[in-house]
Design a protein around this ligand. Structure first.
Ligand code: FES
Ligand SMILES: [Fe+2]
Length: 421
């Protein structure tokens, strides 16, 4: 159980960065806009790393499928669950003349018929029907199934690897992060509320915006600041940071003495309906009790805890707070354009009160994300202006430093094993 409030020595640095073995110098800006670096990220990171693409709850029933674009690659992945329960992914490309076969983004069917000339495939990728087959030249249907994409599932997360033979298994790729995070309870995983937006920023600007709380009092003064800072920690210093090769977990401070302002009548009304986990939680503390007991949730066991940001390299954050978890996906589209996908998971509401509290929670999430957007595109413009070659990061921005270091490392590494070493 959480026992004590964290004390901060504001006259001194916290030394999270040095303790993690990271450099402390200025961090280069070129990876945030340079076209050549972006191309190398595509080849060396996104075409070699295990990419987290969805949760298995999106493929709950036998025969269900989802289709995912995987930018910055041009791959369009058809991910299926067969009758036997196996989850596998294929290129959504017909063996006849290359048309995309499935236009829908999700559904449930055991057969896929290409719309162009009606070749038919099973959801295990086998070609089972060719129209006017007799007019082909010794067509070997067994050799014309859908092209497989390496697929592995860990703790309900579906990962794909675009190497024809992945250099390392998902087990090796996740390394110590696997043991740290395994067994986490994904409350409400079957019911996400999804936000998507294409933004004029590099994917790392997007990721960085959700990786530190140093900005909270500046960007979110009326929404989050009072809950994420206090007189003891006015700049939102971190509670903790853990590095797991390319992955990481940072733990954020929360003001345990936070009081809602009396003039905030809606929040006051919501509070009267039952104690929430926090301002960033729709669930009650009682609902979340089992989930909160996992050692990776509030890992320092601090009473001054608000949330954890767990970054699965390269492009996904799995965040946990007092009421449950949510995810941010950062898909690179070009050196200065990215696709954001936020998923906020909650149990389906069964009463008017639950529905109201979830709506309030989501409206708060939307407001704070919009606040973050006010600085993101301005940051991208500043970075690509050429006005600076380096940025100066402080100790609480360790996640940003680690991410840039890992991107540079993967871009330069000749093999995945070298990048992970
Ligand atoms: S391209 Fe698919 S059947 Fe012709
Ligand atoms: Fe923010």
């Amino acid at each position: 159980m959480a026992t004590q409030l964290k004390q901060f020595e504001l006259e001194q640095r916290d030394h999270l960065t040095e303790n993690a073995g990271l450099s402390t110098g200025p961090v280069p800006i070129a990876p945030y806009y340079c076209p050549d670096f972006f191309e190398r990220e595509k080849k060396q990171i996104f075409e070699r790393a295990w990419l987290l693409v969805c949760r298995e709850e999106e493929l709950a029933a036998p025969g269900s499928f989802v289709v995912k674009e995987l930018p910055p690659t041009s791959v369009n992945a058809l991910i299926t669950r067969s009758k036997s329960g196996k989850i596998q992914a294929f290129h959504n490309t017909c063996s006849h003349r290359g048309s995309q076969i499935v236009y829908a983004t999700e559904g449930r069917q055991s057969r896929f018929v290409c719309p162009y000339h009606r070749w038919t495939y099973t959801n295990e990728g086998d070609l089972i029907g060719v129209t006017d087959e007799a007019n082909f030249f010794n067509l070997d249907k067994k050799q014309c199934g859908l092209t497989k994409i390496a697929t592995e599932v860990w703790d309900g997360w579906v990962f794909l690897n675009l190497q024809s033979e992945p250099e390392v298994s998902l087990h090796e790729y996740l390394g110590d992060f696997r043991g740290y995070f395994e067994g986490y309870q994904y409350r409400g995983a079957e019911h996400p509320i999804v936000f998507e937006a294409d933004l004029n920023v590099n994917w790392k600007v997007l990721s960085d915006a959700f990786a530190e709380t140093y900005h909270i009092s500046c960007i979110h003064p009326g929404t989050l600041s009072d809950a994420f800072t206090s007189s003891a920690n006015p700049y939102g210093r971190l509670l903790d940071a853990k590095i797991f090769s390319p992955h990481r977990a940072v733990s954020m401070f929360g003001n345990a003495e936070y009081q809602m302002k009396p003039e905030n009548r809606v929040e006051q009304f919501a509070a009267a309906l039952g104690e929430r986990g926090s301002v960033i939680a729709a669930a009650t503390k009682e609902d979340a009790a089992g989930y909160l007991s996992h050692p990776a949730v509030n890992p320092t066991n601090s009473a001054s805890w608000s949330m954890d940001v767990n970054h699965v390299f390269p492009h996904v954050q799995i965040d946990s707070g007092p009421g449950g978890f949510w995810t941010h996906w950062f898909w690179p589209l070009s050196p200065n354009r990215s696709r954001y996908e936020g998923r906020f998971y909650m149990a389906k509401p069964e009463t008017m009160t639950e529905r109201f509290l979830q709506e309030l929670y989501i409206s708060r999430v939307v407001t704070t994300i919009c606040e973050d957007l006010t600085s993101m595109e301005r940051t991208q413009k500043g970075l690509e202006s050429g006005g600076k070659r380096f940025m100066q990061l402080q100790d609480s921005e360790i996640a940003i430093r680690h991410h840039v270091e890992q991107c540079v490392r993967w871009v330069e590494a000749e093999s995945v094993r070298e990048a992970l070493s």
